[in-house]
Design a protein around this ligand. Sequence first.
Ligand code: AHM
Ligand code: MG
Length: 335
Amino acid sequence: MTKRISLTRYLVEQQRVDGLIPSQLRLLLEVVARACKSISHAVNKGALGGVLGTADSENVQGEIQKKLDIIANEVLIEANEWGGHLAAMASEEMDGIYLVPNRYPQGEYLLLFDPLDGSSNIDVNVSIGTIFSVLKKPEGDRGVEESDFLQPGTQQVAAGYCIYGPQTTLVLTVGDGVAMFTLDREQGSFVLTDENVRIPEDTKEFAINMSNMRHWDAPVKRYIDECLQGKDGPRGKDFNMRWIASMVADVHRILTRGGIFMYPWDKREPSKPGKLRLMYEANPMGWLVEQAGGAATNGRQRILDIQPTQLHERVSVILGSKNEVERVTAYHSAL
Ligand code: AHM
Ligand code: MG
């Protein structure tokens, strides 16, 4: 019988055998996984749990919140605030940072998350997910401030996502490659199903919202144009297209079989650097992709090297199979 390795055992071994993670970080990851399990149950109940539809509120980005956006945010906060592993949290669904209340012990980590990514897919029963990134609180005894979160992606100590699709899968890196854990609903635990995720360097599959084509910048237009010309064009091969409109699901496909994902800057709102958020979408996904042998840039710069200036900062995102990402990035400097 093949040995089943639970997430708990995997993390204990990462801590004890490999010395890769301190115990507080192990606890943090277990708690995030537990929260994701409970979000997964809420997602699965759907209309039966009364969780579908829109709430009567907007988030800081001016987007209408869905009921599940708010539920997932609350689940993550409630699960994480009392364990003593965190100092503060930040979320797509909260304006400012959330300090761990004084009545609980303070830990040394900062947790950032997009509680429910792909919100437009909630009500139509298409895959959605939770994305998270973990940073260390800067040294010193003073209380945490928002500026403490503004660390480049290279400073992440753990990152991952949980996808709620036909299967619920938790995907994780602590800087030693990427591992995937599938939720066994009968046992109620995440089980290791892939411990060395690798993204093929080449691909014939791209993911971009084509309806924005007329707004794109020249380098992105050039890349997609060449893909569309297929065998008859400069690439000499036919490409396929996928766009799920849930970054978690598009990235999950890329981690599974390769591909390139782009949500580039476009001319609709020229002052915005892009649609996706740097700190709790692009950074964790960028690190996962790099850890699996892929690449992630904003067209000009490695995503993980960007120095954030705001908690909810947006960024242009190009990530996935290394050779394709390098090609699009080279087109940016050529033009
Ligand atoms: P969300 O965090 O509010 O769900 O928005 C992010 C999502 C990504 O998951 C996805 O790649 C993108 O928005 C889809 O955008 P569009 O609807 O413009 O195609
Ligand atoms: Mg999102």
